[in-house]
Design a protein around this ligand. Structure first.
Ligand code: SOE
Length: 372
């Protein structure tokens, strides 16, 4: 059984989600390649040691360049957005497989540079758009691909959170353009843009609106610092297929925690899903006899459903962390089979191109084409 040594850079929210995913992938999916938690990289030595001990990494460091060492096979980038490009480019040049958190980069140029680096190096590359890997989203994809919804006409999506309202929340990297690239646009809208591409298809043009409701936040050293990114983003989209899309995201929508809602309306059926209740997929189908038509909810935990048989008996539901396990299984399987993992850096660039067009339209107050 082949094993690959993983260097994980980032020990906060995403670092925990990824470390947990490698451990659970081994335990529940017996992947063809076994991930070995080899090196944990963080910024604070004490915290990184604790993280390494909790998750079972062989070594830890506060110098991410140690991830380029000869013993490492896979570099997992779960660090803030401004580190995605330098780490991915260096890892590619060191011939490592690269698994990068979303958004791929802070902007389109940086994303393209990262794609060039991994393609020139010929290394496996994947972006962690984890929401694709909820069983219900995989089932939705299958229904759409099988034509169960007919032609998709409309895509409506909200991704609302309210952590940005936490009293006294300091000016962290997520609120600084030079570190994050954008605010809710690149942090949460990027997920629903990826799901739109996954479920409906490529987006041709957009027109958008970005808003910063809270213009400054406390600095750790005291005083206030200027917020240089959006708290909320909303945009309209026309897909290349002719379908229409309405997107909205916010990190200051009071009362909404991780409220991602997707709805697709087709000519033969419609479906909707919500990330806060992720085991249910709601479906309306003209294939049902007229007297039985209505949105019905499917509990996506049957053995026949994606991933479900690897976990628990039917009805024993899954959660947020399982989407990362499934993403890791896809990465390991793709590496084993010698094929491109999906979604790859190409998907990361395509999503970044949509965000770039929204940013452009905010300035131009016009519809903007999504660059190819
Ligand atoms: C914050 O908005 C955040 O942690 C995102 O960065 C994640 O991608 C999302 O899954 C949960 O919310």
């Amino acid at each position: 059984m082949r094993a690959i040594k993983v260097a994980l850079i980032g020990t906060k929210f995403m670092g925990k989600a990824h470390a947990n995913a490698y451990r659970q992938a081994r335990a529940f999916f017996s992947p063809p390649i076994l991930p070995v938690l080899y090196l944990a990289c963080g910024t604070n030595a004490k915290e990184t040691l604790e993280f390494a001990e909790k998750f079972g990494f062989a070594r830890y460091t506060t110098n991410w360049e140690e991830a380029l060492g000869p013993e490492i096979d896979l570099v997992d980038i779960s660090a803030p957005n401004d580190l995605h490009a330098p780490i991915a480019i260096a890892a590619a040049r060191a011939k490592k497989a690269v698994f990068c958190e979303k958004p791929l980069a802070r902007n389109l140029d940086e994303a393209k540079e990262m794609l060039r680096a991994v393609e020139e190096a010929g290394v496996p590359h994947m972006v962690c758009f984890n929401y694709r890997f909820f069983p219900a989203i995989q089932l939705a994809k299958k229904l759409i691909s099988d034509g169960a919804l007919g032609e998709i006409r409309q895509f409506h999506t909200l991704y609302l959170q309210d952590w940005g309202l936490r009293p006294g929340l300091p000016l962290t990297w997520r609120f600084q353009r030079d570190k994050a690239g954008s605010g809710a646009l690149g942090d949460t809208a990027v997920h629903i843009v990826d799901l739109a591409r996954f479920l409906v298809g490529e987006i041709a043009e957009v027109t958008g609106m970005l808003t910063t409701f809270i213009p400054e936040r406390p600095l750790p050293q005291g005083g206030m610092g200027k917020v240089t990114v959006d708290d909320a983003a909303a945009f309209l989209a026309r897909f290349k297929s002719g379908a229409t899309g309405i997107f909205e995201t916010s990190r200051v929508a009071l009362g909404r925690k991780n409220f991602m809602h997707l709805e697709l309306n087709g000519t033969r059926g419609s479906l909707y899903w919500n990330a806060e209740d992720p085991n249910w997929l709601w479906l309306y189908s003209l294939d049902d006899p007229p007297h039985l038509r209505g949105f019905r909810r499917i509990l996506v935990t049957e053995a026949e459903h994606p991933y479900a048989k690897n976990w628990w008996p039917t009805g024993h539901i899954l959660g947020y962390e399982h989407s990362f396990v499934h993403a890791v299984v896809e990465l390991l399987s793709a590496i084993h089979e010698g094929r491109k993992p999906s979604p790859s850096f190409v998907d990361g660039v395509r999503a970044q191109a949509v965000l770039e067009a929204v940013l452009l339209s905010e300035g131009s107050r016009r519809w903007e084409k999504v660059p190819d």
